[in-house]
Design a protein around this ligand. Structure first.
Ligand code: KG4
Ligand code: ZN
Length: 355
């Protein structure tokens, strides 16, 4: 029996109707990952992502190439998501899509596809904010036993474009406790990798190389910023000037010290992230802490959160790798919560780049 029929059988046995556990198709295309997922209620049935290799040679995402690649990927990705879930398009009750923030050309592909798909089936559309999706990814269930956070909880959202400490009071009740006043943590990591000419995206490369290095070899100062806020642009600049001076003495400096440089800059950025997160935890007295967004895939950040949890007796929530970087499953879970509220989107809604 296909997974969805099993779920419907179970629902019937439990006396639940289909309305409570709608099947939702979700689409994510805000940057350089084309992703589609199918959820039955809060249960994930499939999550398919096509990453775009084309940007590697340019050292960053090229918006025009990203939207073209989304156009090529969207149909096969949605098709695979439906097949993997074992559902037919007529089983779908709503289409959720990332409306923003992100690259307009990229968003446009997912938004247009979602609109066309929903209109052809005469089912509602649900608009989703990309950042909210990262945070609510903790509510995706893979099994009946999946454990999700209770409210209130604190979430450190760390992606390529955002760094925020959020207090979650309900699914849609978020308070910003602190945030970066300039660059995002992911941006700083990617820039450090670019300065060392390591490739793009730099985050996973620095993470891998850091495992072979010693984080105590080089020290980069962390700025003093008010409250629970961050600033990463100074760290990036001091890393650049430090390397410029060392390279003047020894042109092979980066090559000879690559692993130690990666470990040291990673330690600096993750240490700063954790310092303010702990401050926010102390200040609020909240006992549950989560991380989300692409940088939450970082192995040092994950282990540091575990350590903080043990030290301060907190329940910690660390997303599975497939829900850290951009994916449609997280869009689907927001879609499900909005579906329950009847919060549907008008077909005329355009995507937005910032917000
Ligand atoms: O959430 P995400 O996939 O896209 C945005 O919404 O921005 O985050 C991408 C960011 C990039 O800066 C990437 O380098 C970083 O997440 N990242 C990592 C790791 N994996 C991805 N940073 C550090 N360590 C990693 N393992
Ligand atoms: Zn993201």
């Amino acid at each position: 029996m296909c997974p969805i029929n099993k779920i419907i059988e179970r629902q019937k046995a439990a006396g639940k109707n289909e309305m409570e556990k709608p099947i939702i198709l979700s689409i994510e295309s805000s940057c350089d990952d084309t992703s589609a997922a199918v959820l039955c209620g809060d249960r994930i049935l499939s999550n398919v992502t096509a990453s775009q290799k084309v940007h590697e040679q340019y050292g960053g995402v090229v918006p025009e190439l990203a939207s073209r690649a989304h156009q090529q990927n969207i149909v096969p990705v949605v098709d695979a998501a439906l097949k993997n879930a074992g559902v037919l398009s007529e089983d779908i009750r709503a289409v959720a899509f990332t409306r923003g923030p992100g690259l307009l050309g990229s968003l446009m592909v997912g938004v247009s596809f979602a609109k066309g798909f929903a209109q052809s089936l005469n089912i509602p559309l649900i608009e989703v904010n990309h950042l909210q999706a990262h945070v609510l990814s903790h509510f995706i269930k893979e099994t009946d036993e999946s454990v999700v956070p209770e409210f209130p909880f604190i979430c450190l959202l760390v992606s390529g474009g955002h760094t925020q400490i959020l207090l979650l009071k309900s699914h849609f009740g978020m308070e910003v406790l602190g945030e970066t006043i300039d660059d995002a943590a992911g941006e700083a990591i990617d820039k450090a990798a670019k300065i060392m000419d390591l490739g793009y995206p730099g985050g996973p490369i620095i993470d891998r190389l850091a495992k072979e290095g010693n984080a105590e070899v080089f020290h980069f100062a962390v700025p003093h910023i008010e409250g629970n806020n961050y600033s990463f642009s100074g760290i990036k600049t001091s890393f650049l000037y430090f390397l410029r001076d060392r390279l003047a003495e020894d042109p092979d400096f980066i090559e000879k010290n690559k692993a130690d440089l990666c470990a040291s800059i990673q330690q600096c950025i993750v240490g700063f992230l954790m310092k303010k997160l702990e401050r926010a935890v102390k200040e609020t007295g909240v006992k549950q802490v989560a991380i989300a967004g692409g940088v939450s895939a970082n192995s040092l950040l994950r282990s540091e959160l575990e350590r903080l949890g043990k030290r301060r007796r907190l329940r910690v929530f660390i997303p599975k790798f497939q829900y850290c970087t951009d994916n449609a499953a997280m869009v689907g879970i927001v879609g499900y919560f909005k579906y329950l509220k009847g919060d549907f989107a008008d077909i005329s809604l355009p995507p937005y780049a910032k917000g």
